[in-house]
Ligand binder design. Sequence first.
Ligand code: FES
Ligand SMILES: [Fe+2]
Length: 363
Amino acid sequence: MLKNFWHACEFSSAVTNKPKQIVMLNQRFVLYRNSQGQVVALKDQCPHRGAALSLGWVKDDSIRCPYHGWKFQADGKCTHIPANAPGTAIPKKACVDTYPVQEKYGFVWLFYGDLPEAERHPLPTIPEYVFSNLHPVEYECTENANYARVMEANMDFAHVIAVHKKSFGQRIPVHKTIEYQVEEDNWSGVATVIYESLGNSKSFLNFLLGGRPQLTTRLSFFLPNFTLSEISIGRDGSFDIKLNVLIAHLPIDETTTVIKRAFYRNVLTLPWLDGFFKKLDYKLAEEDALVVSSLYSQPMPKISQELHVAADALALAYRKLRQKYLAKGWELQSNMSQLDNLNEHQAQASSTSVMNSCVTKTS
Ligand code: FES
Ligand SMILES: [Fe+2]
């Protein structure tokens, strides 16, 4: 897990004036929206007895602890202790940690670390065409796998042939080595692979498109926890089916990841079809989860400990970049005592399945 980055941590639409708990990086956070519409992020732990503030309530832009009602402002300062007479001094230590937050691309981004503002990496730049005239469906689920491993599956061009064999992988023609150029900067990478003549010539889709279409897959990663998959199916550019998936991977601990997926489409955009597309996307996520949770080493091993071929170039770029920041001392160590004490009050991972707690939200 990395510190000193902006982590995508929640759908913007899920944050209201009702406190919302986020579990990530072995910590609890609480988010709420103030009367100006701005998102506030605090540590989800009252300094009095440690109660989860997310079980409390928001009033006058401040959050009240559910246990003894202490009131905390957006800057974390306690301004009222109901058990004390008015005018009683408030202890200086009655203060909660706060975190910078931003909203972009339908997600809330939380900065966790100790880097001065001027030195922080910016949020990703995602072109407008990824969203414009496309209809989204959002949902989340939990995978029993390491977040970096889950993330890697979402930037893996070759896995579709095997992992998604039963759903669509067998339609993808691979006649030559999958190889491509990776464009990278200091914290992200992107690559494109084009497959000619998708599917069989008699399929309904090909009939609609007037022949066997081309499949263009453009995959991007953004440290520390975000990926974008852009999938385009078409023949000559006259009409392309576009499916774009933005995914936030929340590292809960070394073997648990909450994924929040926003799936955009330009076809069959009627809202009543959202359930169908959610199911379709969920099935793919489930196929990934089954295999990724089986990986022998969940924490990402050293690059030299596994084998790599040309098709793995984007994942390798991700590993190298990640390694660069870990070597810089930006690794967050697992704190087991904190982990044991999470006491999440929302559904999280179960030990019996690879995926669970699927929550759908469409917009
Ligand atoms: S634990 Fe929060 S006010 Fe007592
Ligand atoms: Fe996949």
